[in-house]
Design a protein around this ligand. Structure first.
Ligand SMILES: O=C(O)CCC(=O)C(=O)O
Ligand SMILES: [Fe+2]
Length: 336
């Protein structure tokens, strides 16, 4: 039996060009209603994704004992094994701005080799490109707010933003009952300002609509051309939702697994404020007589709030910036 699924039509923005006014307005609408959109012409080739995917397979197919050398109980703590976020999910963290050093220290433990590993070099390049793209994205989002916002707010608020990568491996169960869709990653919001995600053709990423329904974010069709790049998914995180006084939406999302015995690969880049930044919506965004929806907070205090007390556990799934600093639950934005 095939179950009909709702998927959302999100704008696909050509990030290689300055965005024309019509694209800026679809960007603003998408950020307000969904907190998700796509970008294309981002400059990362299919070949890079194929390489990242095969390195990822190489790492995740190592025996558990090997992977746990960089796991939650080790000093490195770059690997999160199965059964922390979900039974079907494991992930490797690569921190910026020195993505090469971070990836290499994991690779050294995993493969016992000290020579530069092509994997780390690719991740350095990838991390740098993601950082540049995030900056372009935030500039466009500010431009979509209207004349002057980018000039006024980009430098003072976003110049110290930084990011990290997570390489994710989802392993679907060998068999799945009719309509059974286990969660590979449970419902959560991201802690970032913006997140950029590459998902492979397996699909399964879903966003919760304003009406509380799960809607698919389909991977874009594989293009015929070998050189043409895949589109990437961008979503707004909690830090930007709070900073923008809810003008931008950090949506709840999750990953479901619907193809038995097929591994799903994704790579997410999280870009956010520096730890010491006080996140407080500028007056221009609160508006004259407008209500401040969040009590100003220090960025790292929020990140700590999202981490479990128990060392090495995954970020709390289900808690959001509203639970932390929200002054009230805004009408129509209520958690369903
Ligand atoms: O794997 C994906 O497609 C999304 C992952 C995600 O939402 C996350 O890592 O925060
Ligand atoms: Fe996420």
């Amino acid at each position: 039996m095939s179950v009909s699924k709702a998927s959302v039509e999100l704008p696909i923005l050509d990030i290689s060009q300055p965005l024309p006014p019509s694209s800026l307005s679809s960007l603003a609408d998408a950020c307000k209603n969904w907190g998700f959109f796509h970008i294309k012409n981002h400059g990362i080739s299919k070949d890079t994704y194929n390489k990242l995917h095969s390195f990822s397979n190489e790492i995740f197919s190592l025996p558990s004992e090997t992977k746990l050398k960089i796991g939650p109980l080790s000093s490195l703590n770059t690997y999160t094994p199965h059964f922390i976020a979900s039974p079907f999910f494991e992930t490797l963290r690569v921190s910026g701005p020195n993505f090469l050093a971070s990836a290499q220290s994991s690779a050294d433990f995993l493969f016992n080799q000290k020579s530069p590993h092509q994997f780390s070099e690719i991740l350095q390049e990838y991390g740098e490109k993601m950082t540049e793209l995030s900056r372009k994205i935030i500039k466009n989002i500010l431009l979509s707010f209207g004349e002057g916002f980018e000039k006024t707010f980009h430098e003072p608020h976003f110049k110290n933003c930084h990011g990290y990568l997570r390489i994710n491996n989802y392993s679907a169960p060998e068999t799945l009952g009719d309509g059974e869709e286990p969660e590979g990653l449970g419902m959560h919001t991201d802690m970032s300002c913006v997140t950029i995600v590459y998902q492979d053709q397996t699909g399964g990423l879903q966003v919760k609509s304003n009406e509380g329904k799960w809607v698919d974010i389909d991977p874009c069709e594989e293009s015929e051309s070998k050189s043409e790049s895949e589109t990437l998914v961008v979503n707004i995180g909690d830090l930007l939702q709070a900073w923008s006084n809810d003008r931008l939406r950090s949506s709840e999302h999750r990953v479901v697994l619907r193809r038995p015995a097929i591994n799903r690969f994704s790579i997410a880049f999280f870009w956010g404020f520096e730890d010491e930044k006080v996140v407080s919506a500028p007056e221009e965004l609160v508006g004259d007589g407008g209500e401040r929806l969040y009590t100003p907070f220090v960025c790292s205090d929020y990140l700590k709030f999202r981490e479990n007390d128990e060392r090495g556990k995954f970020e709390k799934v289900g808690f959001t910036v509203r639970d932390f600093a929200g002054n009230r639950i805004k009408k129509g934005f209520e958690q369903k």
